[in-house]
Design a binder for this molecule. Structure first.
Ligand SMILES: O=P(O)(O)OC[C@H]1O[C@H](OP(=O)(O)OP(=O)(O)O)[C@H](O)[C@@H]1O
Ligand SMILES: NC(=O)CC[C@H](N)C(=O)O
Ligand SMILES: [Mg+2]
Length: 506
């Protein structure tokens, strides 16, 4: 779940893209990048780190042009090396730059095809470089003087070749800005416009919050399979490019990934999280009518919205019992388990008086590896809690994700192969409550009734693209478990080859 942004403006886009990336930072903390287009040239700055660390004044000054794309990365394929940060560039045809959120599930096969049939070499192990080259190859079949129809034809063929989750934004040199969303709409992407007197400006981004900050009016989400093309005059063209599009967006965006002030597929994430809190409150009430919970305490940050609603619904006092260090980012999207474990302690500290002698219900949005809840429960006990109950606003996460969330190894998921009660015991809770999957779906539908189906694979093991089997998952687990990733990080650091050299000194 990286963050992507594209901007076609009437003035320099560097600051606008920077601002958008800072509000999409929660989608990726490993690397950031920006590519602008100026007088027929692409200008690039990308590196490992947070947005504020990657772009210094000297980089910004050189990122000229009124057309650009940006990316914040949370790696789900390849390595976390700087060489695989985005955007990527390919010089033929025309010159194309691309940024991608999601994960291709057939990138190995595509890489082979690109080499043996399309005569294209992929120099990194990133699936995004594969996606860019498939798009480039298909665009190359259209000939010179590209129009909207040519771009859409190429996207149609990309959809036929690529499997998995992909929301992408690209610049075609001298032609315009393009974005497309996979036929299941797994990852989000929205677009909007603003006019500050010089004409229409267009922003495309992973989440509507980026548009809010830039003063853009949200038009809508791209539909699954749809593409948008903004020509050099700022004219917008859209077209459905998939043969059988079906919206099954990733429900985990609502649980954890997206910001609550974003609107995804017509549903306010804040609203869906509130509904999750209510449903979970109902479940606790019906399973345990004579509960002895004294206080409901959220695990900052993401669970706050649902925990507050849960407490109100249950009629129990809500208190902020953990203080969050605002300088530590999200722990779940950190690359290694050692770093994640250490960061929980750095990030959260208990306020003793909220725990002493009380029966507390701790609420989190989800339990994935169990890194957070194990330590938090221990902290609550050390702070003097009598009983510690734990509630998750999402159902048990039992299956790997293959569409752009870095949960590749079933063995690392605490609920994999375990009952709810077993998880409760393992994390040291006196009692555990999980959301029911049907209730989670209903929570989202209550905010937007048109949301019929979702990708819920991490909860039910049903992969909407239909191409995932046990052999695929076993190979993924072997290549991307925490140990394997650490090993490959070292290997790739040695290569360090960029597919377009950053022409700006560090
Ligand atoms: O079971 P785990 O593997 O620990 O994963 C789940 C936890 O990770 C996330 O928090 P994170 O710190 O990433 O971000 P937040 O501040 O947005 O809650 C999520 O909100 C849970 O608290
Ligand atoms: N989280 C994502 O969207 C990652 C995009 C891409 N698969 C990468 O690893 O760079
Ligand atoms: Mg959290």
């Amino acid at each position: 779940m990286c963050g992507i942004v594209g901007l076609m403006a009437k003035q320099a886009v560097n600051q606008g893209i920077y601002d958008a990336l800072t509000v999409l930072q929660h989608r990726g903390q490993d690397a950031a990048g920006m590519m602008t287009w100026h007088e027929g040239r692409f200008l690039l700055r990308k590196s490992n780190g947070l947005v504020r660390d990657v772009f210094h004044t000297r980089h910004m000054a050189r990122l000229k042009g009124s057309l650009g794309i940006g990316h914040v990365r949370y790696p789900t394929a390849g390595s976390s090396s700087e060489a695989e940060s985005q955007p990527f560039y390919v010089n033929s045809p025309y010159g194309i730059a691309l940024a991608h959120n999601g994960n291709l599930t057939n990138s190995d096969q595509l890489k082979q095809e690109l080499f043996s049939s399309d005569l294209r070499h992929i120099n990194t192990s990133s699936d995004s470089e594969v996606l860019l080259n498939v798009f480039a190859h298909e665009l190359g079949k259209q000939g010179l003087h590209l129009g909207p129809g040519d771009v859409f034809d190429a996207v149609r063929r990309v959809h036929r070749r690529c499997k998995g989750g992909y929301a992408s934004v690209a610049i075609i040199n001298g032609v315009g800005l393009v974005a497309f969303r996979d036929p299941h709409g797994i990852r989000p992407v929205v677009f909007g416009t603003r006019d500050e007197g010089a004409g229409q400006e267009v922003m495309i981004a992973s989440e509507s919050v980026a548009l809010d900050v830039g003063g853009f009016e949200l038009h809508r989400d791209l539909a699954p399979g749809e593409a948008i093309f903004v020509d050099m005059d700022g004219e917008i063209h859209t077209q459905q490019c998939a043969d059988a599009p079906q919206l099954t967006s990733c429900i985990f965006e609502h649980v954890y990934l997206a910001r609550p002030d974003s609107i995804l597929d017509g549903a306010y994430v804040y609203g869906t999280r509130m509904q999750m809190g209510r449903k979970l409150g109902d479940r606790i009430q019906s399973e345990w009518p004579d509960h002895d919970i004294d206080v409901v305490i959220p695990i900052p940050d993401t669970s706050r919205t649902s925990a507050l609603e849960l407490a109100q619904h249950l009629g129990v006092t809500y208190r902020e019992g953990f203080m969050k260090n605002r300088y530590i980012g999200r722990t779940f999207i950190m690359p290694g388990q050692t770093q994640r474990r250490k960061s929980v302690r750095q990030k959260l500290n208990a306020i003793g008086i909220e725990f002493k002698g009380k029966n507390v219900l701790l609420v989190d949005d989800s339990i994935v590896r169990g890194t957070t809840c194990r330590q938090i429960i221990q902290m609550a006990r050390e702070a003097g809690a009598r009983k510690v109950y734990f509630a998750s606003a999402a159902p048990p996460v039992r299956y790997p994700n293959v569409y752009g969330i870095d949960m590749p190894a079933a063995g690392e998921l605490i609920a994999h192969g375990r009952s709810e009660a077993e998880v409760g015991e393992l994390i040291g809770a006196d009692r555990i409550f999980y959301q029911d999957l049907e209730d989670l779906k209903a929570a989202c539908r209550e905010v937007n009734p048109n949301l019929e189906a979702f990708d819920c694979s991490v909860f039910d093991g049903n992969y909407v693209t239909g191409d995932i089997d046990d052999a695929y998952l076993a190979a993924l687990e072997a290549s991307r478990n925490d140990d394997a990733k650490q090993q490959s990080a070292g290997d790739h650091a040695l290569v360090g080859t960029h597919n377009l050299e950053d022409d700006i000194d560090d």
